[in-house]
Design a protein around this ligand. Structure first.
Ligand SMILES: [Zn+2]
Length: 59
């Protein structure tokens, strides 16, 4: 199950309102504040500030 691109385009980082980038099909990453938000197994993105972290994603 892949995350729909049209939905990705609608989503913004709840912290800084920057665009989000899909990483590894399971994270939405904000390139500006380096937070990442998990995509649940049912395909719902969890855009909660408390769920984001600053660890970044290994590239
Ligand atoms: Zn951000």
């Amino acid at each position: 199950m892949s995350f729909p691109e049209e939905l990705l385009e609608m989503l913004l980082c709840p912290v800084c309102k920057n665009d989000l980038t899909l990483v590894q099909g399971r994270w939405l990453v904000c390139q500006r504040c380096q937070r990442r938000y998990p995509i649940r197994e049912d395909g719902i993105a969890v855009l909660l500030i408390s769920e984001g972290d600053h660890e970044g994603v290994a590239s």
